[in-house]
Design a protein around this ligand. Structure first.
Ligand SMILES: [Cu+2]
Length: 469
């Protein structure tokens, strides 16, 4: 068990010293210690030393907020503030978040806990927090103007309620929401069951993360906050591949992954090599007779899903959003299709005029995965990430489930790449090939093929605007 102080030290968290730039230290003295995180690493599970015990979650590239127990109430302190988040090595974004990071820390409590959350506003504008999915008194629901006054800059408000329902929740502002969510203000919340629950499994590994999206122009640092649909960075907990940590588990582990969607579009989340069931939503655990096997779960805007599976196949298994432009970073947008177009002649002429003009995509876009092209500062390559056999050609919402025989229980360290046993990997065939079978009745009986040369019609692609996702 990790003590609170050891946990802070190990995780590089700072406590106390941050006290009060805009809030007086006298006022702060009565509040729980300020805890802030400056690293985007996945923190090990936080085992509490006070309160009822539970099996903690692991927040992907994130951490759990410690609390203090005061007269039987769990007290947390969230600081809404500007933060710098590393989206992936080579790119930092200027976001808004909580306690040093975006997303904010995960809050973990136990069913029946009385919870008090102090929210200090260090943003330049007012804010609130809405506790998505919770049963609570109406005045604690956090819709600015409807349930409470907005929290002005420099002020601290307290929210207090009993965590009545066990399950998977999230929190986010309900004040200037489009701006504040586009800037990264959100966090995860897990309420663990107080005793064995008929619909909530005990699992060996319990991961959680939020789907989020940003629109950050290549070469810049701050998201555009008025973007409605055309985001260019698709992230999990404000990280893009190859900056997203892998899910490291032991062969035979029961695994739960909790996912919430705070982007403005749906994400079909796809796991390779295993089948899962949806064991819960933000509305609670699903009845057993409603669970069927899936390998892809679509998560709509504002929804949360818990997926559960037995990790019984060793290997490195991709886990990603199945919208292919969501596994791609900013540079991949607005590039015309050039497959089959030999534009080297044209390129040569253009290069005479524009020396760093680049030919893209005439053999497909895979070249982009290997290419070391000059990028603007603070910009991720479109698709990247080195695997054991070359570039993975992915970006954005992509990670890897690493299932290993010799991963120790409770060990979340990255075991490195999987080495496939001999004879179990796709290989180059150099023997004779049978003639390929082809479907020969093109045109059917009524319209037999005429044997005339094929005329290809070429349509000119006019530059247009690209919007819907
Ligand atoms: Cu997606």
């Amino acid at each position: 068990m990790t003590s609170r102080r050891d946990f802070f030290r190990k995780m590089g968290m700072t406590g106390g010293a941050l006290a009060a730039t805009s809030v007086s230290s006298v006022a702060m003295a009565a509040l729980p210690e300020l805890v802030s995180m400056d690293k985007p690493d996945t923190a090990p599970p936080f085992t509490p030393s006070t309160g009822r015990s539970y099996n903690p979650v692991v927040t992907l590239n994130g951490w759990t907020l410690p609390w203090r127990m005061r007269n039987g109430v769990k007290e947390f302190h969230l600081i809404a503030e500007p933060v710098v988040r590393e989206i992936a090595p080579g790119m930092r974004a200027h976001l808004w978040g909580y306690n040093g990071q975006s997303p904010g820390p995960t809050i973990e409590v136990v069913e029946g806990d009385r919870v008090r959350i102090f929210v200090t506003n260090r943003l330049p504008e007012h804010t609130t927090i809405h506790w998505h999915g919770q049963r609570l008194p109406n005045g604690m629901d956090g819709v600015g103007g409807l349930n409470q006054k907005q929290i002005p800059p420099g002020k601290t408000y307290a929210y207090e309620f009993v965590a009545r329902r066990p399950g998977t929740f999230m929190y986010h502002p309900h004040a200037d929401e489009m701006t504040q969510m586009a800037m990264g203000m959100m966090g995860f919340w897990v309420t663990h069951p107080k005793s064995k629950h008929p619909l909530i499994e005990e699992v060996d590994r319990d991961f959680c993360f939020l789907l989020n999206a940003y629109d950050i122009d290549p070469g810049s640092y701050t998201p555009k906050v008025n973007t409605m649909l055309d985001f260019n960075l698709w992230t999990w907990n404000s990280r893009a591949f190859p900056g997203i940590d892998s899910f490291n588990v032991r062969l035979g582990d029961k695994v739960r992954i909790r996912i919430g969607n705070l982007t403005m579009t749906n994400h079909p989340m796809h796991l390779h090599g295993h089948e899962f069931v949806i064991s819960g939503t933000d509305g609670g655990p699903t009845p057993r007779n409603s669970r069927w096997p899936e390998v892809t779960a679509d998560i709509a805007v504002g929804q949360m899903r818990q997926i559960e599976f037995l990790a019984d196949e060793e290997g490195d298994w991709a886990f990603h959003c199945h919208k292919s432009h969501h596994t791609m970073n900013a540079m991949g947008h607005d590039v015309p299709t050039m497959i089959g177009v030999d534009h080297r002649g044209a390129a040569k002429k253009i290069i005479d005029l524009i020396p760093d003009y680049m030919v893209m995509g005439e053999r497909g876009m895979a070249d982009m995965g290997e290419m070391e092209m000059p990028l603007p500062d603070n910009t991720l390559p479109m698709m990247t990430g080195q695997g054991p056999y070359g570039a993975v050609e992915m970006g954005g919402m992509f990670s890897v489930l690493k299932v290993r025989r010799n991963q120790k229980p409770g060990d979340y360290k990255d075991p490195g790449w999987y080495m496939q046993p001999p004879g179990t990997q796709a290989f180059e065939w150099d023997g004779p090939l049978a003639a390929p079978s082809r479907f020969r009745s093109e045109g059917g009986q009524a319209n037999p093929a005429l044997g005339k040369p094929v005329v290809t019609e070429v349509k000119v692609r006019k530059p247009g605007t690209h919007s819907k996702h």
